[in-house]
Write a protein that binds this ligand. Structure first.
Ligand SMILES: Cc1cc2nc3c(=O)[nH]c(=O)nc-3n(C[C@H](O)[C@H](O)[C@H](O)COP(=O)(O)OP(=O)(O)OC[C@H]3O[C@@H](n4cnc5c(N)ncnc54)[C@H](O)[C@@H]3O)c2cc1C
Length: 543
């Protein structure tokens, strides 16, 4: 299709600049909206080390948490659970939540990044404990958690635009040749084997959180090659299957199958064993504002400990504690804290070597092999919900003909889904360009150019939205998520962060190589428990 090829070119790699120029200059009425994103200026201040030295007396404190994304908030939540109150959480941005932040307008709250949490596995004990505390797990049936149905994604969860019609699910069910069907079944069978496999250490081959996965070399060796190479070797080459697997890699990792390890690619399919009564184990938890709901609940628990618009710019060990220098962006002053423990809950590319230089000890590059996938998210306010031939509107709506990942519907969970206005959250990982090229594009492309790309992609999926788009708010993530590239599991910088003893502890989803809520939460809780142990503060384990 000629029109489709043009749209693909616009969204894809090499011709992005040309496409953007073409779309930006179309001379149509401007679409209302905003262009925003993670605060680069504050980030670049850190890079350029442009902070004044602290003045005033040194303030003593038990724990400093440096970063208020899911990992930092989970660390604070865990400290509060243990009735430990001598801590402060500093967050560089004006609000906490990191990549799981949300926005809102008169129609609905909506996600700016993370939008769902799969029903957690049995091994995710602390996360389950927290969901129980938040009223999302409402009971047990024979010891198995029962989830509040209003927190689980309502029907229809997913639909796919394939050959002009919307179908349920994300993999085409009709019109496939026999070879593709055989390969799809064989792939599913292989993933089912991995899902139930255990290593020689008795652990599941693939667990969630990933730190609880088997270290058996039989599985760990899958980290040495790319997912694409593994798929080729296994004979999983059918284009429709590969397009689906590419979608999955880009959806969870913002990356191409060539860019992620086979271990990570398989983890996506083999690690999820959601533990829930009533057959709800394979479902997802979602809210209009996405994971922003969980962020607000965690932050609410520790509100008085949070200082936003504060950058932690220097951490130095001093005896068995640490000196922590913090810049207050509102007051434009720096302060120094003497903390008995610090939890570094910021991304690795910020922490090492800019903030925590001693991670450089050892004969490896402290920056490690960390690479980050950039993303664009657009919240599109429409005066009526999308429709289309085939199955009705789902929460997640994906087109096989688009380079974008489609859109989720913010009002999907509401009881009355009438024909009124709604907000569609549209996702595009910039996985084809190098991260540097993509970041440059994020910095230079104007709002109108992004809006034109989003609008054209949406209208190609849903021509019925013609005339219904009221505004497009674009959000840019320059370092959206860690890329689980081949070899990452054995990266010495990753191991140094994991093994870092008190007083300086690390907690971020980067340490898992998988940018997922479950991973960030686990890292935060583990760091908080290590801090409590270091501080001799008694606490009970969460079950
Ligand atoms: C577009 C997009 C979609 C996603 N979708 C999903 C999804 O649906 N489900 C899912 O599970 N995951 C999703 N994710 C992944 C998401 O990143 C993780 O789930 C999780 O939110 C990561 O939390 P974190 O705390 O590890 O990191 P971050 O979110 O990176 O938090 C780190 C925090 O540290 C702050 N910070 C940085 N430097 C400093 C400093 N010097 N001082 C103080 N603070 C600092 C940052 O501002 C940030 O708030 C998505 C991510 C993106 C970008």
């Amino acid at each position: 299709m000629k029109g489709e090829a043009t749209r693909r070119q616009v969204l894809a790699g090499g011709s992005l600049a040309a496409g953007a120029a073409m779309l930006g200059g179309c001379g149509e009425n401007p679409i209302p909206g905003t262009l925003a994103g993670a605060d680069w200026q504050r980030g670049h201040l850190l890079r350029d080390r442009k902070f004044p030295d602290p003045t005033g007396p040194i303030e003593d404190i038990g724990v400093v948490i440096a970063g208020g994304g899911v990992a930092g908030l989970a660390a604070g939540w865990r400290l509060a659970e243990a009735r430990f109150s001598s801590f402060r959480l500093f967050e560089l941005e004006d609000s906490t939540g990191g990549n799981a932040r949300s926005g809102a307008n008169a129609i609905s709250p909506y996600p700016l990044g993370a939008h769902y949490l799969p029903v957690p596995n049995c091994e995710a004990t602390a996360l389950r404990y927290m969901l129980k505390q938040f009223g999302m797990i409402v009971g047990e049936e024979n010891g198995v958690p029962v989830y509040d149905p209003y927190q689980l994604c309502a029907d229809l969860e997913e639909r796919l635009l394939w050959r002009g019609r919307w179908h349920e699910g994300l993999f085409p069910q009709q019109g496939l040749d026999a070879g593709t069907r055989v390969q799809r079944n064989a792939f599913d069978a292989r993933m089912a084997q991995f899902r139930t496999a255990t290593g020689r250490d008795g652990r599941p081959a693939f667990a969630s959180p990933m730190a609880l996965s088997s270290a058996d070399p039989r599985f760990r060796e899958l980290d040495a090659l790319s997912f694409a190479t593994w798929l080729d070797g296994q004979g999983f080459t059918a284009p429709t299957l590969r397009a689906y697997l590419r979608y999955c890699c880009r959806d969870d990792y913002g990356s191409e199958p060539e860019q992620v390890s086979a271990w990570a690619g398989i983890h996506y399919f083999a690690a999820r064993r959601g533990w829930a009564a009533g057959g709800d184990g394979d479902r997802e938890l979602t809210w209009p504002e996405g994971n922003g709901r969980l962020v607000h609940l965690m932050a609410g628990r520790i509100r008085s400990h949070i200082a936003s618009a504060h950058s932690v710019f220097r951490v130095r060990q001093e005896g068995d504690g640490a000196l922590v220098d913090v810049f207050d962006h509102r007051a434009q002053t720096s302060r120094r804290f003497r903390a008995r423990t610090v939890v570094i809950a910021m991304p690795h590319f910020v922490a090492a070597p800019r903030v925590v230089p001693w991670i450089a000890t050892g004969d490896f590059d402290p920056r490690g092999s960390y690479q980050y996938a950039p993303w664009v998210v657009a919240n599109v306010t429409v005066s009526r919900p999308p429709e289309g031939k085939g199955v009705p509107l789902a929460w997640d709506n994906v087109s096989t003909a688009s380079e974008a990942l489609g859109y989720v519907v913010a009002t999907h969970q509401s009881l009355s889904r009438d024909a009124g206005p709604t907000v569609l959250t549209w996702y595009l990982p910039l996985s084809k360009e190098s991260p540097e090229q993509a970041r440059k594009m994020l910095m230079t492309r104007r709002l109108a150019q992004w809006q034109a790309i989003v609008r054209d992609d949406l209208l190609a999926m849903n021509p019925d939205l013609t005339g219904a788009i009221r505004r497009i708010d674009v959000w840019r993530w320059g370092h959206a998520m860690i890329r689980p590239s081949p070899g990452f599991l054995s990266d010495p910088a990753r191991h140094a962060a994991i093994a870092s003893p008190p007083p300086i502890l690390h907690a971020h989803s980067d340490m898992s190589g998988l940018s997922l809520f479950e991973e960030a939460h686990y890292r935060g809780v583990m760091a908080a428990e290590a801090a409590l142990t270091h501080l001799d503060h008694a606490f009970e384990s969460l079950t």
